[in-house]
Write a protein that binds this ligand. Sequence first.
Ligand SMILES: Nc1ncnc2c1ncn2[C@@H]1O[C@H](COP(=O)(O)OP(=O)(O)OP(=O)(O)O)[C@@H](O)[C@H]1O
Length: 295
Amino acid sequence: MAESAISIKHLTKDFPVGISGKKLRAVDSLDLEVQDNEIFGLLGPNGSGKSTTIKIVLGLLEPSAGDCRIYGKPSRAVEARRSVGFLPEAPYFYRYLSGRELVRYYARLCGVAKSDLNDAVDSVIELVGMGEAAHRRVGTYSKGMLQRIGLAQAIVHDPQLVILDEPTAGVDPLGSAAIAEIVRELKSRGKTILLSSHLLAQIEGLCDRVAILHRGKLVHAGRVDELVNEESADAFVVEGLGTENHAAVQAAIEAGGGRLVRVEKPRLSLDSFFLSQVQQRESQRAGEAGKGGKQ
Ligand SMILES: Nc1ncnc2c1ncn2[C@@H]1O[C@H](COP(=O)(O)OP(=O)(O)OP(=O)(O)O)[C@@H](O)[C@H]1O
């Protein structure tokens, strides 16, 4: 079997609180395996231990007990960290640099060779869709743009494992959809992505597998469809059937040995309705700007 991207075994982290010697258990005997080339979501309410787990994976915190490995290497080891890119929850970037200068700065910090620097910076800026704004100062960026440039700095050294702590927090649905698209693109390039979130609707369609944490303990881990599908039921979405025909459909279902549990109107999520409305207007605007440009 292929080596796990992240292997966490019996991980526990206690923080001292106050001067009485009392401890707060932030992560409690956690076992997790993240496979190579999957998008894995670490979910949980505030204070459930997501960031602490991520900091241990990154080698920034020492666990109180247990073991954490990245592609088989202890996460504290420098060689393990070379294969990792990280976007923190609330990144602080020097506001007077341009987006391009910022990504270039991180590329140099991460040891990208001088001869590869321009290509590496250009290609990640392109990937995150910041080509047009890359010359602008970071201080003028919206939250969504900041997250995208943050993603660019996280991946400029071409890491195999990309860790994103709450990548869509504070970002509007359009910006969140753009970030999700970049994450999917990273997966299609063979990368592994671990992301944390408490915004479940945004994560649902993105992650291959998720783990749900509560007070530092693993509550559940599995494929998203396995966790949320009603396995014993099938849903049909039908158009143009008048209510007068419902009884006949119900009779046919019962004749086939089934039971009609409910009839309901299929609903779009508010997120997807909002996205479709905004995207429609964005493309109208782009079309009009295109026509204007030709005149
Ligand atoms: N350095 C620290 N010292 C003491 N307690 C800490 C420290 N870091 C985290 N904690 C505590 O550990 C628990 C888990 O925190 P953590 O930040 O890992 O949760 P989280 O799931 O990432 O939450 P959020 O969604 O709010 O970021 C919380 O109770 C938090 O107060």
